[in-house]
Design a protein around this ligand. Structure first.
Ligand code: 13P
Length: 278
């Protein structure tokens, strides 16, 4: 994943990272990315592992990806334990995040240092989070209720101490369906960018006004995470399908849900400026 992000940061665009929990979602994300010649990241984590454990998730992703040539990474999003990171490394994830953003600085940095040692030995990218990106609704699985903004000085120390490849930052962004529009602290983002010279990650992409996404990318965000828009589109399409015909064959309903994801994935590839970069 680091290769994709370094190129994105240098090129002034971001790589979209989509929540994908099964073969169907992974395949449509990769197919749209290939059609638009866009690098892409497929991600999942604790909120999806109740459906398929990391070993199976990794096996599915690698099998699906064999059908495509577009540059793609498989990322553990918001890993919550060292065991989970290990399981994903064994399952062939090409990037891992251990999210200790709710813990004290020293504990977060110490644990990420360990992840970097393990992951880099395998050529796997590491994402850390400093400051905490919260959530704005109760169904979202990532983050806790409250956010803590990232301090630029601490960010520099964190990157130095851990050796992470990408840093998720908190600048007013949040996971989930925004109930009121976010107000990004761009001055803070500029200071963070000046303090750390590595790709930054924007969590909570869904529902963010396009102009804010573009300005954040211009200020160093090289990866933009999108989950809620994918999950909500899938859910709403299934509601509609089964609402209209209760005994509809499940694969047919799911095929419609898969189709409905196409414009969502296209929108984010275009918005992040990733189209045509692969
Ligand atoms: P959204 O659900 O708000 O798009 O956030 C996704 C995310 O940041 C996953 O880590």
């Amino acid at each position: 994943m680091a290769e994709l992000l370094v190129a994105a940061r240098a090129g002034g665009y971001a790589v979209p990272s989509f929540c994908a929990w099964n073969a169907e979602v992974m395949e449509i994300v990769l197919r749209v990315a290939q059609d638009l010649r866009s690098p892409v990241i497929v991600m999942n984590g604790p909120g999806e592992f109740s459906l398929l454990v990391p070993a199976l998730m990794g096996a599915v992703a690698h099998t699906v990806a064999r059908g495509f040539t577009v540059p793609a990474a498989l990322h553990l999003d918001h890993g919550d334990s060292m065991e989970m990171v290990q399981a994903c490394l064994e399952a062939g994830y090409t990037s891992v995040m251990l999210d200790y953003s709710n813990r004290p600085f020293a504990e977060n940095a110490g644990a990420l240092r360990q992840v970097v040692t393990l992951a880099h030995a395998l050529g796997v990218t590491v994402e850390g989070e400093l400051g905490h990106v919260g959530k704005v609704d109760t169904v979202t699985v990532e983050g806790t209720g409250d956010s803590t903004l990232t301090e630029p000085g601490e960010a520099a120390a964190y990157v130095e101490q851990t050796g992470v490849d990408a840093l998720a930052v908190s600048i007013g962004n949040a996971h989930g369906q925004y109930t009121k529009l976010p107000k990004f602290d761009f001055a803070r983002l500029e200071k963070i960018r000046a303090a750390v010279r590595l790709p930054l990650v924007l969590h909570g992409g869904s529902g963010t006004p396009p102009a804010d996404i573009q300005r954040a990318i211009a200020l160093g965000m090289a990866k933009v995470n999108v989950a809620t828009e994918i999950v909500a589109t899938w859910r709403e399409t299934l509601y509609g399908q089964w609402g209209a015909k209760q005994n509809l064959w499940a694969p047919q309903a799911m095929a419609e849900a898969k189709k409905a994801l196409v414009p969502v994935v296209q929108k984010w590839i275009r918005l992040t400026g990733a189209e045509g970069r692969a």
